[in-house]
Design a protein around this ligand. Structure first.
Ligand SMILES: [Ca+2]
Ligand SMILES: [Ca+2]
Ligand SMILES: [Ca+2]
Ligand SMILES: [Ca+2]
Length: 408
């Protein structure tokens, strides 16, 4: 597993991005423009500290700083991108690198002592200083289609990842990724994917628009890409705590949606209809569902042909299985005894282990402990389904799922 090397003092990522400047000097008026002669839109470095000495300026990637290698003692990023500065030439990160967000002002310089930068690259998200924008997702081929999880029909479970700048990436299970949404997806405060709502046999994505409370259907095209969106909920969906595309709970062959109403803690089923819209909702949980801080449509976990639900209990960090019945949920069974609040995201992409049983993936948050210590976000943990509704123990699979903004 690759390790992140951060380059010390002044280039701690996030620090600059958060606007916490290291030095807002002294006698220079705050309104002064380009006080160190660094033009807006450029990254500037100086041979001395605090913007003194000779100046170097670029807004393009530079694989070899040449005479400026190991000579830049202070710098400021006045681009709108993240500046990755590497100790080695050619953007090789392993000797050390820094990731520097846009400076809050031209006074927000950082110092490098000793001066170690030898190459510089500009990227949209910090991940891209050292790796692709999308995570590496690898799935085995499942022996039979599970009816969801596979957007491009190659019998490999897929995952969609959203990055910090609101792009959407399709990861098809072979380690590669492809851009399927060029921006704006951070305006969505729910993303859920399971089953086929548009009735063409291809899996679709459903998203809730934060600013309007509208629910949008993005039909899958069968390749992993998304077609033109269609409104399936005109308003009011911000009143829902969770929205979960579920598969066919009603048994009519059409995918359904479930959602928890914030104000009442009630769980509602919204049946898919022949027109691709949602039908009249039906109460399937009379209350208490606000106690759950994650709901995941798992597909059929227990082999009875009906999709099942996992729900995470906020107070206990337990994971519960609610087996699907005919248009309802059955008595719950404990599927995880605790610790599940250390997961930033629970993902149910179908069978990725290749045994024909649906599985669970999770990405950790900073509560996740390794060796007894918390502070390990961005790990992909994979849990194989046992076929009886429960899971095998988690495998810590990949530590490079950091710096993203959601999965489905
Ligand atoms: Ca696939
Ligand atoms: Ca249905
Ligand atoms: Ca089931
Ligand atoms: Ca499996």
């Amino acid at each position: 597993m690759q390790k992140r090397f951060m380059r010390g003092v002044a280039t701690l990522s996030g620090l600059m991005a958060a606007g916490t400047v290291l030095a807002t000097m002294n006698a220079v008026p705050a309104a002064a423009k380009d006080v160190y002669g660094c033009t807006v839109g450029y990254w500037c470095g100086w041979s001395g500290e605090a913007g003194n000495g000779k100046r170097y300026m670029t807004n393009k990637n530079v694989a070899d700083l040449g005479a400026w290698s190991n000579k830049i003692h202070s710098h400021v990023n006045r681009t709108k991108l993240i500046a990755c500065t590497y100790d080695a030439k050619n953007y090789v990160p392993w000797d050390g690198y820094g990731a520097e967000g846009p400076a809050s002002s031209s006074l927000a310089w950082s110092s490098d002592n000793p001066a170690t930068t030898s190459s510089i690259k500009f990227v949209r998200t910090e991940r891209e200083c050292i790796q692709p924008a999308y995570p590496s997702w690898v799935a085995e081929t499942t022996p039979k289609a599970l009816g969801f999880g596979d957007m491009n029909g190659d019998l490999k479970a897929d995952i969609i990842a959203r990055d910090k700048v609101g792009r959407l990436w399709f990861t098809s299970g072979n380690g590669a990724g492809r851009l399927i949404g060029s921006g704006g997806w951070n305006g969505m405060n729910a993303l859920t994917r399971h089953g086929d709502f548009s009735r063409d046999g291809r899996e679709d994505l459903i998203a809730r628009e934060a600013s309007t409370g509208k629910l949008w259907l993005y039909p899958g095209t069968g390749t992993g890409s998304l077609g033109t969106r269609r409104l399936i909920g005109s308003s009011g969906w911000n009143g829902m705590r969770t929205i979960t595309a579920f598969g066919d709970l009603t048994g009519d062959g059409r995918s359904d949606l479930i959602a928890v109403q914030k104000s009442t803690g009630k769980l509602y089923l919204y049946p898919g209809t022949s027109t691709g819209k949602l039908g009249a909702r039906k109460l399937i949980g009379s209350g208490g569902w606000n106690a759950m801080n994650a709901l995941v449509g798992m597909g059929d976990m227990n082999g009875d042909g009906r999709p099942d639900l996992y729900a995470r209990e906020a107070a206990t960090g337990k994971l519960w299985l609610y087996p699907g019945r005919s248009g309802a949920l059955g008595k719950r069974v404990l599927a995880g005894t605790g610790g599940w609040n250390a997961m930033a995201g629970l993902i149910a992409p179908g069978d990725f282990s290749g045994d024909g049983r649906a599985d669970l993936a999770a990405v950790t948050n900073d509560k996740y402990k390794i060796g007894g210590y918390a502070g390990n976000p961005g790990w992909l943990i994979t849990y194989r389904g046992r076929g009886n509704g429960l899971l095998l123990g988690g495998q810590r699979t990949d530590g490079e799922w950091w710096g993203l903004n959601g999965f489905c």
